[in-house]
Design a protein around this ligand. Structure first.
Ligand code: 5LI
Ligand code: NI
Length: 183
């Protein structure tokens, strides 16, 4: 199972690389890696396992964070309605997005960034994400709210972008006009 020992930290050059497309159908190895990423995210939300293995909680994970420069992401979260969403995708991409922006009013954090970096992270309010699930089936997701934000955080990792790159340097808590604050 993956632990924090497998997660590379800011300053490691791989976090600024552009990850490569996964050759489909995926190899057993790539399927294994993606499954282990989803398992980490789920484990990191289980109090016992957090305690036992010293995990830092997360609602998503991207392969570059475990130094695998392939376009794979895993997401597991309970949304604002208490609904559970679990995704493990190969080659995800933002196929289209709203003009409107949104941000988490609590800011963002990252397992690859040990210190907290205050500030709002403006992102698209709604995105359509296309990709392939762990069985190789094409998926098309129309996302808004927290799920939309997390998918953008993870897809950024595949392009060598860190959440704090989006924070306004002059005024970290400024946001674009009409941006939606997500509690
Ligand atoms: O890339 C994934 N991580 O670094 C996992 C740790 N961060 C989070 O769970 C997290 C926290 C707040 C906002 C967002 Cl959008 C995310 Cl993603
Ligand atoms: Ni991150």
């Amino acid at each position: 199972m993956l632990t924090m020992d497998d997660i590379i930290r800011d300053g490691h050059p791989s976090l600024r690389e552009v990850a490569k497309e996964v050759q489909l159908p995926a190899s057993d190895e790539d399927i294994e890696i993606l499954a282990s990423m989803l398992e980490y995210v789920k484990n990191s939300q289980n109090a016992e396992k957090v305690k036992k293995y010293g995990l830092r909680p997360g609602i998503g994970l991207a392969a570059p964070q475990i130094n695998v420069l392939k376009r794979m992401i895993a997401i597991h979260l309970n949304d604002e309605k208490g609904e559970t969403h679990s995704y493990a995708l190969f080659n995800p991409k933002v196929a289209s997005h709203s003009v409107e922006k949104a941000y988490l009013t609590s800011g963002e954090g990252c397992l690859s960034v040990d210190e907290s970096i205050p500030g709002f992270v403006p992102r698209y309010a709604r995105v359509t994400v296309k990709g392939f699930d762990i069985e190789g089936k094409e998926v098309k997701l129309r996302l808004k709210g927290l799920l939309s934000i997390v998918f953008q955080h993870e897809i950024d990792h595949l392009n060598g972008i860190m959440f704090y790159d989006h924070i306004n340097k002059k005024d970290p808590f400024s946001v674009p006009e009409n941006a939606i604050g997500i509690e």
